[in-house]
Every structure is written in C-alpha cells, then in structure tokens.
Design a binder for this molecule. Sequence first.
Ligand SMILES: NC(=O)c1ccc[n+]([C@@H]2O[C@H](COP(=O)([O-])OP(=O)(O)OC[C@H]3O[C@@H](n4cnc5c(N)ncnc54)[C@H](O)[C@@H]3O)[C@@H](O)[C@H]2O)c1
Length: 327
Amino acid sequence: MHIAITGAAGFLGQRLVQQLIASGELRQQPITRLTLLDQVEAPLPENPGSILVMSIALDITAPGALECVLEQRPDVIYHLAAVVSSAAEADLELGMRVNFDATRALLEGCRVQELTGTRLVMASSVAAYGGELPDVLNDMTALHPENSYGAQKAMCELLINDYSRRGLIDGLVLRLPTIVIRPGRPNAAASSFASSILREPLNGEAAVCPVPTDLAMFVMSPGKVVDALLHGAEVPGEALTPFRAFMLPGITVTVAEMLEALHEAAGEPARSRVRHEPDPRIEAIVASWPARFETTKARQLGFVGDDSFKQIVDAFMSECGHKRVNA
Ligand SMILES: NC(=O)c1ccc[n+]([C@@H]2O[C@H](COP(=O)([O-])OP(=O)(O)OC[C@H]3O[C@@H](n4cnc5c(N)ncnc54)[C@H](O)[C@@H]3O)[C@@H](O)[C@H]2O)c1
C-alpha cells in the first residue's frame, strides 16, 4: 500500500504521518510506502520500520509538479495542502492557485494516469457553508460560502464528486469542523483564536479573544480528525454516492463554554489570561460559519466524534503533560 500526502509538513499532515506509521496498515494491508509532499520538506518520521518514506519539497501549483508521484500509482492520496482561511481571503490569487487550481491539476493528473481505484481524501471545511442557513444544517444543505477559502473548498468538493461520478477517481471529501485545541503557535486561520484562548492560558501565556463569547462554533479534536482521515481511506466507494462530501461529527460549543472548560481545567489564573479585544474582521468570518449540524451520513459510515468539550481539553492537557486543577 502506497500512500501520498500533500501538505504533509502541516499540522494535520504530520499527525497523519505519525498515525500511519504507528498503525503500519490501512485497509487491512501493510503500508509499504509513504510519499510526503509539501512546499517545505516534511520531516521524516523517526521510526518508520519497514515503511519506505520519501519527503519531496515541491510547490503543488507548479505545472506538472505532481506527475512524478502520480506515475508511482499511490493507492491512497490525502490532499491536505492548502492556504488557510484568513490567508486565502487576504490573497485571492494565492488562494485560487493553491486551494482550487492545484486540486484540479491533481484530479487531472489522476485521470491521465488512470488512477480509477485510488482513494483521494480531501479536507474541506465548515467555511464552505454560508448565507441564509437553517438553525441546524444537514448533508443536503446547499453551500453558499461567504469567503474565498470556503468558495475554493466548495468548488473542489464539486470537482471531486464529479470525477468520482465519472469513475475517474475514488474520491471522498471530509468537511472538517474547526480543530481545537491545535498545539503549537497561532496561524493565519480566522479560527486560530479558538485554540489560542485555551492553549496559551494552559501554557501559562496570555491570549486574546477577538469574538463575542456567545459565538457558537462546531469543533473537533485533532485526534478525532486524524482518526477520521484514516477511516476515510477505509469506507467503500459504493457507500459514498451520490454525493461524496459530508460533515464530520463535531460538537457545538460557545466561546463562553470553552472558557468555562478552561476555568474548570486550570482555574481562575488560567481563565484570567484571556483578554477580550473584539476584531470585527475575524468575527465576520467566523460568525458566517454555521455551528449546528446533523451529521447522519458520517455517523452511518462509522466516523466518530468527541463526546464533550471537556474530553477535548483533557486530550490536549494529557498530550502536553498538564494536570487538571481538580484532578
Ligand atoms: N486545521 C483546521 O482547523 C482545519 C479545518 C478545516 C479544514 N482544514 C483543512 O485541512 C487541511 C490541512 O490543514 P492544516 O491545519 O494541517 O493546515 P496547515 O497550514 O498546517 O498545513 C497545510 C500545508 O500545506 C502546505 N502548502 C501550502 N501551499 C502549498 C503549495 N503551494 N505546495 C505544497 N504545499 C503547500 C503548507 O506548507 C502546509 O504545510 C487543509 O486543506 C485545510 O484547509 C483544516
């Protein structure tokens, strides 16, 4: 089993690589090769065992960039390379090239190489939704994105669905809830604050909350998202039709509830490290993302979410070696 990952140096890419190495198999077949693709050279895993891991630095927007990999006929391609929300909003041309044109080139490359049995798993986003929405969305809710990132993701969803319908590829698009708590440093995603307001105080640092505390978000932990990416390679193609894009089973939580969970986990000193400084630009983007979903299709297909926000906080704290104040 040969697996290729675009965006392999990124946050999800790196966690996915670790999980694939740890499990050693996918679709009940041993993983023999992993090809890591990113504009920066993705770090090689420390103990790959018998898996041959190659890390290739390439710009997926360069003409023919992916040919050398597609010629090797990977069994599964995880397409995670992207320019995230704020960056795609700030630079339309860059967002279009990376988020849309490169996905189209990838699909065309698969068509030319006749990779009809290759499972392509792409990460889409809650940002693909927007406009006038019902209180609770479901998998049939139309996509009317209100930002360029969401529009680019929505266009990719349609393309992957159509290439799959034509039998040119075996595609699957997972709409990811906002991922919290992301370790590391803040990034250019509009949702970056949702991790910062928990991660920084838990690490003894100050954080800024740019949105009102009654804002609700649809969230999932990094661990459950990576589990879903793995499961995305396993689901049979016949079970996915007619539309191969759907929302993963996140949970709905308000910013106030997130801060309350922080307070419960680490006490008042941690909670008081969060300052409230409204940023209308961030609020406008994040408030356009819906927060309540029926995720029937994902659940029927065996995707599993977090039980509670407390579980998300606990998972992060245990990963970082933090102890709850009331433990
Ligand atoms: N993290 C989240 O909350 C979230 C939510 C919804 C969807 N997603 C999607 O999941 C995927 C992975 O997200 P992430 O959080 O790991 O993002 P990330 O920014 O950490 O990783 C993206 C990677 O893509 C690479 N990349 C960007 N442009 C490239 C180019 N031209 N050529 C080659 N590589 C390029 C970057 O170098 C980076 O390593 C993305 O498609 C993102 O849109 C993430």
